[in-house]
Ligand binder design. Structure first.
Ligand code: ADP
Length: 454
């Protein structure tokens, strides 16, 4: 839930950032597009101006000539038309045919292309003629045959084509006005090229912000996890300290009781209890001191070449004695006399931790199997149980400091979440590693691997 509380604002901030970036890029694109069109329009007008000095028809002389010629024929046809529907079709046909005639006259387009080329601009252009109106002229009257609808006109202008010039021409039999547009090939690509720096900067800043967000979030989550673990640890430690202390307090009160003062048997029993609990307290405090010492100084191991099988048998023997009737304990060794550089004390702590956990995390009678074998990679020691098991998601955390599998802070079984952390540390200090394979409810297998000397 709290993760969601952090992640949601972060996602919202990222979304706002992306939208702003997209908006900025779009605005810049629009501006670049306008500047692009403006440049080509003004250069085209310059060219048309220049051309007008030697060609008053702006390259459309041939087209005007044809138009004038056929306008006379069209005028005849127009006069013969009776109904208005035919008139509309007639106007459309007229427009199409004049547009075609004008479009086929490529002199201006070729001139513009050369002109652009000279300026180092994009020279691949596609001309577009858009007729605004056509009047057919009779001697007596002037008939407007076609007039471009306003909406269509606006559509054209807002498109990607660049309006260069509106030409007007008048002959004996016609009057025409048409827009001359050009489409520049590679317009988008050219703008994109100009925009690439903005885009790269946008993507880069997005990447940096994402990286910062992720790093901050990860740090925060790690801090939070450590703080949770510390709270758990303090709770568990308090729990561990309180139990023997309250037993000692109760025992002290018992000793003061009239009925106990004269009862030697009872006094001895209570004193034994106080002694046992003080010993437990002492061991516990020593453990904490040891931990803090391990933390302050580097993990120092004093390794000597040792026969692994003998050492393991010693550890197993002690464990079997301590475990008594509560566990079914089996052993199997296939070490072929393998030896390894080992610190006896730490190694014993490591294997004992695993064996104790196997008892601690089994429900009824613990069924534990200790197995050791040697292969070409080194020595492998397996501690297997049929206990409560560990879910897959927890398996990656159990070797972390203070980590305990639990739903609450205080656990059914005592512990500080340090046993496996030290198993890992000790295995690593021996140049080895530890791994677990487990299924919830089925049991666990811990495997320690260390290098061998022979
Ligand atoms: P502690 O036993 O003090 O909680 P450990 O570091 O030894 O701390 O173990 C960490 C956690 O791993 C334990 O809280 C327990 O949930 C789980 N665990 C360890 N060994 C076993 C095991 N053999 N079977 C099931 N769970 C285990």
């Amino acid at each position: 839930m709290w993760k969601l509380k952090i992640i949601l604002p972060v996602l919202a901030a990222l979304a706002i950032f992306i939208l702003t970036q997209v908006y900025i890029v779009r605005q810049v694109w629009k501006q670049k597009d306008e500047v692009f069109s403006l440049k080509y329009r003004s250069e085209s007008r310059e060219a048309i101006h220049e051309m007008a000095t030697f060609d008053p028809y702006n390259g459309f002389k041939k087209a005007y000539f044809i138009i004038d010629d056929i306008s006379r024929l069209y005028l005849q046809k127009k006069k013969a038309l009776l109904n208005p529907v035919d008139s509309v079709i007639f106007a459309q046909n007229l427009r199409e045919s004049y547009t075609k005639i004008l479009s086929e006259d490529q002199i201006l387009s070729e001139y513009l292309s050369k002109y652009f080329d000279k300026l180092g601009l994009e020279n691949k252009i596609k001309p577009l003629i858009y007729v605004n109106y056509i009047d057919l002229i009779d001697i007596q009257d002037n008939i407007r045959v076609y007039k471009a609808p306003l909406r269509e006109l606006n559509n054209q202008q807002s498109g990607k084509s660049i309006l260069v010039y509106t030409f007007n021409s008048e002959g004996n039999n016609y009057k025409i006005a048409f827009d001359y547009y050009i489409d520049i090939a590679n317009k988008e690509r050219t703008i994109l090229r100009e925009l690439s720096l903005t885009l790269i900067l946008g993507i880069l800043s997005f990447g940096i912000i994402c990286a910062i967000f992720i790093a901050t979030l990860r740090n925060y989550l790690e801090e939070k996890r450590l703080s949770n673990l510390k709270t758990d640890f303090i709770n568990n430690m308090t729990h561990e300290l309180k139990t023997p202390l309250s037993t000692i307090t109760v025992a002290g009160k018992t000793l003061k009781h009239e009925s106990v003062i004269g009862n030697r048997e009872k006094i001895k029993e209570t004193a034994d209890m106080i002694g046992k609990q003080s010993l437990h307290l002492n061991e516990f405090i020593n453990l904490i001191l040891e931990i803090s010492m391990w933390e302050r100084t580097q993990f120092q191991v004093d390794r000597k070449e040792t026969g692994v099988e003998d050492l393991l048998k010693d550890i197993a023997g002690n464990f079997r004695n301590g475990c008594g009737e509560d566990c079914k304990f089996t052993e199997h060794y296939d070490l072929k006399g393998a030896r390894a550089e080992i610190d006896d004390l730490y190694f014993t702590t490591m294997i004992t931790n695993l064996l104790n956990n196997a008892v601690k995390y089994s429900r009824n009678t613990a069924e534990i199997h200790l197995e050791a074998f040697s292969d070409e990679n080194g020595i492998n020691i397996k501690v297997a149980d049929k206990g409560i098991g560990i879910s897959r998601s927890e398996q990656k955390n159990i070797f972390d400091k203070f980590y305990r599998v639990s739903t609450g802070n205080i656990h059914e079984s005592k512990g500080l979440g340090l046993g496996l952390y030290y198993v890992r540390k000790i295995a690593e200090a021996h140049g080895g590693s530890v791994r677990v394979s487990s299924r919830k409810g089925k049991g666990s297998v811990f495997i320690v691997s260390i290098p061998k000397t022979t």
